[in-house]
Every structure is written in structure tokens, then in C-alpha cells.
Ligand binder design. Sequence first.
Ligand SMILES: Nc1ncnc2c1ncn2[C@@H]1O[C@H](COP(=O)(O)OP(=O)(O)OP(=O)(O)O)[C@@H](O)[C@H]1O
Ligand SMILES: [Mg+2]
Length: 195
Amino acid sequence: MSGLDDEPDAATPLTPEERNGLIPTHVALRRELNELEQQNILAANAWALTRRRDPVAEAFGRNLHRRMFGRVWRWAGAYRSSDKNIGVPHWEVPVRLREALDNTRYWIESKTFPPDEIAVRFHHALVFIHPFPNGNGRWSRLMADLLIIALGGQRFTWGRSPLRDRDDDIRAAYIAALKAADRHDFAPLLGFARS
Ligand SMILES: Nc1ncnc2c1ncn2[C@@H]1O[C@H](COP(=O)(O)OP(=O)(O)OP(=O)(O)O)[C@@H](O)[C@H]1O
Ligand SMILES: [Mg+2]
């Protein structure tokens, strides 16, 4: 049994400030929190996947995060107001996001890369910025899924998501692939997204 303080190693630790944002009052264990988040995300998936949506729009991204986590966290859909060990300085989030969305739109219009690579680069750019206090991995993977679908491709598998509570090996491969992408080598992340 683990308490809320025992975040898995490879996840962003919650600050006390963020824990204050928990909406359900009865949650004591991480497993209970995971369950509530999972239900919330399933509803958001249904919402996002049943209509044609443009994921390369700032308002949509915030709205999707709110839909994914809004039953659990008060700060769902709101950008970070403090710095994390991952992500750009919090005050850079809006401008870096706008830049990432502009770049992605340009790649789509100019067919700079094949569709999978555009969506995977989009995922990496979003998670590198880390706009939200938590949920950035799940949000940015769903954003990439929505983009590849909009571009006419099949949804990604991400080493068979959901990643949480899964094999440490899968998680390690994912993090290694993100780090390669930080160095502008997107091949591992492209492979991982289809694994
Ligand atoms: N060194 C790293 N360790 C862990 N996550 C990293 C690292 N570098 C980048 N990331 C990304 O950050 C995400 C974790 O951030 P955050 O906790 O905000 O998202 P999450 O949706 O709660 O994560 P999870 O993928 O665990 O469900 C990872 O999914 C991954 O995409
Ligand atoms: Mg997390």
C-alpha cells in the first residue's frame, strides 16, 4: 500500500499546493486516485474521439486537459504556476506552446515529415514544455493520438497504454526514447509509439 507521497520514480512529484487541488475528499491512497483519474480520462477519450477536432489549437489543448482531469483536480486545464524538474520555466509555457503549435501547423501544411513523425514530434514538443502541474504525459499522448487520427492515420499504441502500472521496461524504453528526441533523434520515439 502506498500513500499519495509515494509517486512512482519516473513521475512528476505532486507538490503540497497541488494536493490541495484534489476534488474528491475521500481519496487516501494512490491506487484510488489512479482509479478516479482513469475513469475521468475514459470519459474524456469518448468526448474527444467521437467528434472531428483540431488538436493543434491552444484552446482545445487546455479544454482536453480539463476534460481528462477536471473531476479529480481543481487545476485541470490551468497551466503551471511553479517550476518542475521537467519542463520549461513556468512563465515561458504560453509562448512556448504557441510556438510548438505554430511549428506543428507548418509541418502539416508543408508535409515536412510523414504523418506519424509530425504527431510524434508534436507529442515530444508538448511534453517537453510540460504545461500542466500533472497529467502531461497522458494528455500529450492523447493529443498526438488525436493528431494522427486527424491526419488519417491509426491511433498510437505507446507500448500498449496506459503506461502507468505497467512494466518498468516499457516505461524505461519510453523515457529513453523521449531523451533521444531531446537530442533530435526521433526514431526511438517513432518506434515506441507504434510498439
Ligand atoms: N525523465 C523523465 N521522467 C519521467 N517522465 C518524463 C521524463 N522526461 C519526460 N517525461 C514525460 O513526462 C511525463 C510525466 O509527466 P506528468 O506526471 O505530468 O504526466 P502523467 O500523465 O501524470 O504521467 P504518466 O505518463 O506517468 O501517466 C511522462 O509520461 C513523460 O511523457
Ligand atoms: Mg504524473
